[in-house]
Design a protein around this ligand. Structure first.
Ligand code: AMP
Ligand code: MG
Length: 422
């Protein structure tokens, strides 16, 4: 199956808004063996979009178009498709009723312009929008399936899933691309690739071929494994054994093989062991607390996070000795450890973390250049204290500091004997 994707919206042609929908759609289509051959970002111009529809209809198996289904004048997708196919638009009373009811539930009166969202090209199937007002539409013409989805990512996703399940999966016959992602931290990309490449190179010619790509992101490396298989079961078996081989050679630097982020991995470790955690952050400015609390249910283990930026804050809030700062400097392992101890003792949690460093661009010295970060992870029985030198701007140093801190915690919990609550 071959597909085209159109992302409609003049804002997507500015530097301020990125078309992410086409990536999400591509991933889902690839997963059912559908190839994306062309995609376009189109402004809110009814004639431009009409021309594209006319080019694609009868030419490809599937056109997925997102955006431009809103109520305002610049939402032109319905009209463009109507023009391309010479179709009348009819007012659908059911859609109108559900849009009106949606407004009423929020104590609002529906505006007249919202009637536009209830206009349906004759013969199209309406896809209910559980998360917004604009319904999606599905239509088939000249062998081309045409799917119109609203622009907001969280609204378009459930509709896409529905069409994939109801219409597209069957056409693809079960064959498809199936993906697994391995996440690695604490090792440079070249090192990971040197170890992993000899393992994954041979999979391209295996009975179930697996293609591997390596993606270096801030503070982590991802290995994307894509199996081309006749079905889900066949793919799962091949991927499982491939993942196993990689974990064998890469060892504990692999922190996730199931899509979980590092914050979820440490959250699960803390929850399983019924541990609690408090953090004291200097250069990361609260980012570690923010990332830990990005995980739903983190209140089960996250007690508090203090941002102690100044020396005075470290002394007053954490009980770090002034003499310790004077002797070693605020960015030092003894101070990081004292911060971790201080926040842990004051909050009576099982784990304490302290982060202190130089995010830059100023403040570096020859002994402690910009990017120097000292991190301590402590429990009553264990301490792990390290100094890192991170490259990049402020945001990268801050992010990598939180990544390293969570990874130290993960390794401490994974390797060490169980830690008990105080
Ligand atoms: P629309 O359906 O055109 O009214 O789009 C509503 C909102 O959805 C836009 O303001 C964007 O925030 C978002 N949006 C539209 N198209 C995309 C896209 N291709 N990728 C990501 N977000 C989008
Ligand atoms: Mg728009």
């Amino acid at each position: 199956m071959k597909a085209w994707i159109f992302a409609v919206g003049s804002e997507l042609l500015t530097p301020f808004r990125v078309d992410t929908n086409s990536l999400a759609i591509t991933e889902r289509l690839n997963a059912i063996g559908c190839d994306v051959r062309f995609k376009a970002v189109v402004g809110d111009d009814v004639e431009d979009l009409r021309v594209l529809f006319e080019r694609g209809i009868g030419e490809v198996d599937l056109i997925v178009c997102t955006g431009g289904l809103g109520p305002t004048e610049d939402d032109i997708t319905r009209d463009a498709l109507g023009r391309a196919l010479n179709l009348e638009l009819d007012l659908d009373e059911r859609i109108l009723g559900s849009i009106r009811a949606r407004f009423e539930r929020r104590g609002l009166v529906m505006q007249e312009i919202n009637r536009r969202q209830a206009m349906v090209p004759r013969g199209a199937m309406v896809l209910e929008n559980s998360r917004g007002t604009a319904p999606g539409l599905w239509l088939e013409r000249e062998g081309t399936g045409i799917l119109l989805l609203p622009g907001p990512p969280r609204e378009m996703q459930p509709m896409l899933e529905r069409i994939i399940d109801e219409r597209l999966k069957a056409r693809a016959g079960g064959r498809g691309l199936f993906r697994r992602v391995l996440r690695i931290t604490g090792r440079p990309e070249s090192d990971v690739d040197a170890v992993a490449q000899p393992v994954y190179a041979k999979w391209t010619s295996a009975p179930v071929p697996i293609a591997t790509t390596i993606l270096a992101k801030m503070g982590q490396i991802e290995l994307h494994l894509t199996a081309d298989a006749a079905g889900e079961e066949e793919a799962a078996a091949a991927l499982e054994s491939a993942v196993g081989e990689l974990v064998d050679v890469l060892g504990p630097s692999v922190y996730s093989v199931d899509g979980r982020g590092l914050e979820e991995v440490i959250g699960d470790l803390l929850r399983e062991r019924q541990l609690t955690i408090a953090v004291a952050e200097s250069c990361s400015g609260g980012l570690l607390s923010s990332r830990i609390t990005d995980v739903p249910g983190s209140s089960a283990y996250f007690d508090r996070g203090l941002v102690c930026y100044s020396n005075l804050a470290k002394i007053e809030w954490l009980g770090v000795a002034e003499a310790l700062i004077a002797a070693h400097g605020a960015v030092s392992e003894p101070v990081a450890a004292a911060m971790a101890d201080g926040v842990r003792e004051r909050s009576t949690t099982s784990v304490g973390i302290g982060i202190t460093g130089i995010a830059g661009p100023g403040g570096g010295t020859p002994e402690k250049p910009v990017g120097t970060v000292a991190i301590a992870v402590v429990t009553p029985e264990h301490r792990s204290v390290r100094t890192f030198l991170f490259l990049g701007g402020r945001d990268m140093v801050k992010f990598q500091a939180t990544q390293a801190a969570m990874n130290m915690l993960r390794l401490l919990l994974a390797d060490g004997p169980p830690v008990h609550r105080d």
